[in-house]
Ligand binder design. Sequence first.
Ligand SMILES: C[S@@+](CC[C@H](N)C(=O)[O-])C[C@H]1O[C@@H](n2cnc3c(N)ncnc32)[C@H](O)[C@@H]1O
Length: 196
Amino acid sequence: MKLLELAHNWLKPVITRSDIVVDATMGNGYDTLFLAKLSDNVYAFDIQEKAITATKQRLKEAGLEANVTLIKECHSNVAMHILASNKSAGCDKAPTRASIKAAIFNLGYLPGSDKTIITKPTTTVQALEQICDMIDTGLGGRISIMVYPSHKGGECERDSVLGFVNTLCPTNWNKQIHNSPTTTQNAPILVLLEKQ
Ligand SMILES: C[S@@+](CC[C@H](N)C(=O)[O-])C[C@H]1O[C@@H](n2cnc3c(N)ncnc32)[C@H](O)[C@@H]1O
């Protein structure tokens, strides 16, 4: 099974329609569309206008635009955005702390675009910290992180992601690391996390 398929299969069983879910790296919108089919509360982030345009079009074609908030900003602002929109929606359940059920990161650069615009270790880890803090406990909130170490800067990002994952307490977190079936050096890896 391909790693991206594995990532989707990991997230899908825990997502219900009212759950808040996050695509931290919208890109061409494939993962956003996947989440929008499962939830009415998708928040998708990217720093490039191109990604917003491609994703908007993909969602429009599927008739699922209403399920997604597209945010042209760094994913390190994820907590601020979700808390703000939860408050403005009058959510009285937990006004200062919204719960995220699932999040997907597909790191690196936008395929078919400028390969120098890449996710960066510091902001990736900041986004992960915020999402891990907001992920549902008890109900088994899940995160999937596809890491591509082969481009310039990718190895450093892989090390930062794995370093961060290492800091998560094993009592509270189920962690899996899957290697790509290809044996090439710096092949992609998939990190799957579940809050217990
Ligand atoms: C591999 S692509 C994502 C693919 C996407 N999930 C899809 O389904 O097509 C990585 C994306 O991360 C975006 N990105 C880079 N830095 C970012 C940041 N700090 N915050 C959010 N997105 C970022 C890039 O612009 C690029 O579109």
